[in-house]
Design a protein around this ligand. Sequence first.
Ligand SMILES: *Cc1c(COP(=O)(O)O)cnc(C)c1O
Length: 230
Amino acid sequence: MNTIVQHLHTVHDRIATAARACDRHPDDVRLLAVSKTKPAADVRSAYAAGQRRFGENYVQEAVDKIAALKTDCPDIRWHLIGPLQSNKSRLVAEAFDWVQSVDRLRIAQRLSAQRPGNMRPLNICLQVNVSAEDNKSGLPLDQVEALALEVSQLPGLCLRGLMTIPEATDNSDKLRTQLLELKQLFDRMAEKYPQMDTLSMGMSNDLELAVACGSTLVRVGTAIFGSRNP
Ligand SMILES: *Cc1c(COP(=O)(O)O)cnc(C)c1O
């Protein structure tokens, strides 16, 4: 078995163990394989083992990879999880299935307008800055509902959920408090927007905690593909 395939099994086991530990069904937590900086061959290995959701951070790198894999891996669902500049929005609207890093109306409007009419609406998560750190992407918690109202009315988009990258801290109580705050907001909003089914939180190092706090989609790079060169 190749290393990536072994790592995928390990990550699935971690997710299942974490889910059972809090009386959740393992299938209620999906896995996004974060393949940023990794070659298309690595995506192929994971694909051959059944992985279908992949996350990328850098638009040009992603667009090249998507094109390279289009024929052999036609049913990959590509998620943009990195910051998005307006001048790249058309490329994203034409190539991706999901954008998890929407944190302002202007970019949402552009993505909606640029989504080709023959494609399904682009799935959107609003990125939330749960730790209220300066210089970090994401909306403050108290602005999420106002943006959701606007985004939910854009015809080229489908509002699917919320995403966060929590503070890099070893203080797991603090982390838990932040993740649970987002979970509460998510539950409240999901009552209003029935298509909202995705709470994207948890990465290689903190996926167990994120699952315990209600994550439905963990984004895992290093634990599948190995460490990245800076
Ligand atoms: C890189 C990245 C990940 C994956 O992080 P790992 O620690 O390698 O699992 C998840 N989410 C976002 C937004 C990222 O940029």
